[in-house]
Design a protein around this ligand. Sequence first.
Ligand code: OGA
Ligand code: NI
Length: 358
Amino acid sequence: MNHLQSWPEPVVRVQALSESGLTKIPDRYIKPITDRPSPKNLDDTHINIPVIDLQNLLSNNQTLQYETLSLISSACKEWGFFQVVNHGVSHELMKQARETWREFFDQPLDLKQKYANSPSTYEGYGSRLGVDKGAKLDWSDYFFLHYMPASLRNQSKWPAVPQSCRKLIAAYGEETVKLCEKLMKVLSINLGLGQDHLQNAFGGTKDIGACLRVNFYPRCPQPDLTLGLSPHSDPGGMTLLLPDENVSGLQVRKGNEWVTVKPVPNAFIVNVGDQIQVLSNAIYKSVEHRVIVNSVKDRVSLALFYNPKSDLLIQPIKELVTKDRPALYQPMTYDEYRLYIRTKGPCGKAQVESLKHR
Ligand code: OGA
Ligand code: NI
């Protein structure tokens, strides 16, 4: 995989571009007209993705429990996205995690450059996804790191400054992974499987992958011409997104429209990734989403990707394959699967479509 050893052109930090005070963005960031956020979609509509109170799953009231399971089931089928509140993760920790990453990005460029990443592992400080020379780029920088499996957890690759950063990443990783395990049970039950079935299909709890991608979307003088993150579905299993508390930006595809997610305080945004689409034989869909930027505020988000053990073949779960609904996808390991987005960058739903049996 030689082409994944280095970036095809010099890396430009979008944050540095933004801070240079330019009034026109470089051509590299200007999307074709059909891909730009339309003015209508820059406005908020009144619809929002479902918000689910996870505490209701522990209620003594069985009806409430069933209703909650059913709300999650519909959300997975109709939106591929939902928000969860009363999820058990400390609000203080969420705040501190967001804050420490803001401080990281607030540091001078040369301090961040020590963590500059390459496309071979993507670990570290990055500014693009994909290695196509001449590709249109997104208006964002990011930091990518592994929390699980333990063999890939390498704290020396995590920011040393702010001083509390590594400790917070570890604490945040632990709590969010626990929440993902809970959600895996819920999804498994909702699919009509035993509560551990989906987790086992991921390879258990010890060898799963958990990666953190912290996105930084700088202010943009021409937000109508570009995107912070192009349309994509998440390649992994499930994503837990901690959005910025002050500014929205995430848009989810609903039919032919883009719906702007309005984050609820202290909630996580949960979405189904391609691996759960495959395992569920498309009962659940990984839904396309994108990020818009704005000229007034920058934005930070923390995406925790919960992925299957990377060398396991992922294919539709036997119990979900029937005569009427044959297996839709060919088996592939996640190790192999993720090479696509790492090479080509965000491509809507093209990758999971290409897995379909012909
Ligand atoms: C992602 C992603 C959305 C956001 O990192 O895959 O979709 O709001 N992020 O930053
Ligand atoms: Ni995403």
